[in-house]
Design a protein around this ligand. Sequence first.
Ligand code: NAP
Length: 454
Amino acid sequence: MTYQSVNPYDGKLLKTFDELTDKQLEAALATADTCFETWRHTAFAKRSAVVAKVAAIMRARIDEFARLATLDMGMLIEQARSEVVLSADITEYYARNAEHFLAPQDLKPSSGEAVVESSPIGVLFGVQPWNFPYYQLVRFAVPNLMAGNVVMVKHAGIVPQCAIAFEKLWIEAGAPAGAYTNLLISYDQVSRVIDDPRIKGVALTGSVEAGRSVAGRAGQNLKKSTMELGGSDAFIVLEDADLDKTVKWAVTGKMNHTGQSCVSPKRFIVVEELADRFLDKFRVALAALEPGDPMDKATTLGPLSTEAALIQLLGQVERAVAKGATVVMGGKRIDRPGWFMEPTILTDIKPDNPAFREEFFGPVALFFRVKNEDEAVELANDSDFGLGGSVFTKDVARGKRVARRVDTGMMFVNQPTSSAPDLPFGGIKNSGYGRELSSLGIQEFVNKKLVRVA
Ligand code: NAP
């Protein structure tokens, strides 16, 4: 496995990076372990000052960070800028609130005293995906560092420039050596890091396959893990939805980062009264997107992250069609350099079609027509995934009712699934377990210790 930055816009190799030797990895683990012994006793105010500085640097250098993301994996530059801003928001949020979230909790027992204290557990290891190359790191690293843990991260092989820039940011902000460590390591080394007794917890964001492998290894070692995995979010449109607003959200949600988001809507489930009109408008809006240089603010359709990802997605579409799906639009590679794919809508996907259960990670929308609300809920729940989802209706009470019936970790009414510092993020079923962000995210890797006085 290699750490390479290849520009998805034109396929040019920009930089290659060496993996760590076993000796370098051992030194990094030792430094992190030593750092924990100091960092765990560092006052919240001091930790908070470092973390707030990280946010300030991100804000001061938005363009620099955004540019690296666009070069490494082709994200449209304005979206990359928004990602940096959101990352800074999350960082500030924990700098401000961590102490309060982890304050000792008085249980007020019937006699004597009983308090639950939250203490850090040690060096944590995170395995992270390329698709939001700073936001994913922040979600894992910042709350855990504020809790007094220290973190080591294996980032995805295709975003080494982002991974290295993010590590430098911590050093620049004054974090002690070993508080945040970027590891350019192989899968074999990942396994050995998980086995290492100095590592006390493991977090992965990525595909189901990677989750099985990393969670399995953590389980063998009886180490706590959190898993943020794939999704196939339902976008439910009821007959009383505001059609124009809903189509706008459908395009924004679907095409955020060219559909390469775990929570981008993947299954559009529309009640038949509105189905034809929705499909017409959705198709017209998707057809208006213009491929181009993701560095250019005017571009509305970016490339996929790698050629392998493009080939995999085209193959999924081909197999879906071979099993009876109909292509409403798109379905092909765009004839130009780089890893571009046409915005695509597939329909007539029956339960025996493999596409019915797969995650399509890119600009492909699966369209389903249903009779009514009940059928919409049933179809939404007929999935191995359970990450996010959304429902569109003018009747908010009805929207909330439907949201309660869909089995996922997150449901949104009248907007597609999105993320904010104070909203918990995570899923159920094959979408994983545990939560990141909000007051919940900071509780995953702390020891909830009871102190009882007779
Ligand atoms: P991926 O291939 O699973 O990679 C994720 C990370 O895991 C990368 O760092 C990768 O390293 C590493 N990895 C993969 N297999 C591994 C193994 N056997 N042992 C050790 N490390 C391994 O996923 P991706 O293609 O980058 O990301 C897309 C997936 O992530 C989608 O399914 C998406 O829905 C999901 N995702 C979920 C969330 C969430 O919060 N639930 C957020 C974002 C993305 P290399 O890059 O070096 O292979």
